[in-house]
Design a protein around this ligand. Sequence first.
Ligand code: M6R
Length: 363
Amino acid sequence: DKAGHKHFMAKEIAEQPAVIGEALSRYLTTDGEIMLPDPGLDFTKLDRITMVACGTAFYACLTAKYWFEQIARLPVEVDVASEFRYREPPISDRTMALFVSQSGETADTLAALRYCAGKADLIASVVNVTESSIARESNLALPIHAGVEVGVASTKAFTCQLTVLFLMVLKAAVDRGAITKEELADYVSGLRSMPSLINTALEQNGALRDEAYKLSSARDVLFLGRGAMFPLALEGALKLKEISYIHAEAYASGELKHGPIALIDENVPVVVMAPNDALFDKTVSNMQEVMARKGKVILISDRAGLDAESEGTWGQIEMPPVADALAPILYAIPAQLLAYHTAIAKGTDVDQPRNLAKSVTVE
Ligand code: M6R
């Protein structure tokens, strides 16, 4: 049932405020304490986390690496499951192996989990389908409470994965004494404001449709972001190629001049994900390098960022201001809607894109 929407993807994008609210209510007490199901996680005895996943779930892991390292001061490795499983990486008994999967049935992710069993201190997973193989074979499986996701392009599962991973990061930061009570309270209140911020972001639907229409005639599109917005750029590019079949790539903004800038001309639109955070000026200077080569930039930022830097850009999308750390959750919305409307403009099959399956249960 598409609940009045044209596609499951549109319905699932629209559900995000509600399902993120649901996930938060499952993991936060009214006093703002983090509750995780038993066996409760103890981050004090860990040296590192190894995170493994595929596709969009892999980008959720990459985002969480920035969070775990910056907020909880805990080193994290992230790998795509198909590479991890055959590399035979050494796993110490002070490592938590953490698997992220919407379906819980992805063959490579499951094989990577089985490789780590008996080696890592703990096998944990973040899943949507709780009666899945990955959930069953984990010591601790944390549900994301996104509800059934039908669209092949993952949307609400991604933002719910990010939400649950952020809660794990806060638990790790508390266990390791990396944040004060006040900082914890600030992060928690930031999380609690996500559903309403996402509602505000969803109001940009019309503006995103207009930008998507412009993108729909492009052959190639680049996405740029810095810090935790780099994985978001990767996710935006994946969404666009999956459902619109436009070739899209993402780069860390700082990597541009190490090669990709050679691609820039007036035919290559560049989507820049730049919340007005500590790295904003750096990202903007990369954006200006693109515009100096006639690249057409769509800048996604907040009012202050757009007021300061949108001159000369091809398109602008306004997001509400958000706590720096939580920007990846919010900026997922314009990434999803850009891909969605580009696919509509091109007339491709949004919910069942060619060559793809919702759950990849074979290698
Ligand atoms: O079920 P999983 O989360 O393990 O699936 C992983 C990927 O196959 C999945 O995220 C895929 O990349 C999506 N089609 C992305 O939209």
